[in-house]
Every structure is written in structure tokens, then in C-alpha cells.
Write a protein that binds this ligand. Structure first.
Ligand code: SF4
Length: 51
């Protein structure tokens, strides 16, 4: 059975304590399909760097 894609909210903490960027992690059948920046995050505004 195929599950619906779920968007799990997370953060990237590679640059902690200087930066914590919001992540929208798209998960389907227990596997990450894609990762996008969280538009409503007041710090990163949906942007992610190339790391
Ligand atoms: S997305 Fe880039 S800038 Fe933001 S915390 Fe992660 S590594 Fe740092």
C-alpha cells in the first residue's frame, strides 16, 4: 500500500549557533523524497544554502 506524502518540519543545524534554517522534509513510504526550505521560517524564509 502506498502512503500519502507527509511533510515533516525540521531544521538544518550545520551552522549552529549562527544559523538554523527551516526544512520541509517530504516523506513517503518511510523514505525522504525531497527537502525544501520552510517558507514561513522567519530566519531562512524558505532559502537553503548549497550545503
Ligand atoms: S541550510 Fe545552509 S546556511 Fe542554513 S543552517 Fe544549513 S548549512 Fe547553514
Amino acid at each position: 500500500m502506498t502512503e500519502e506524502t507527509e511533510i515533516k518540519k525540521s531544521i538544518c543545524a550545520i551552522c549552529e549557533p549562527f544559523s538554523l534554517c527551516g526544512l520541509d522534509v517530504h516523506v513517503k513510504d518511510g523514505k525522504v523524497q525531497k527537502v525544501e526550505g520552510t517558507k514561513e521560517n522567519p530566519h531562512s524564509l524558505g532559502q537553503l544554502c548549497s550545503k
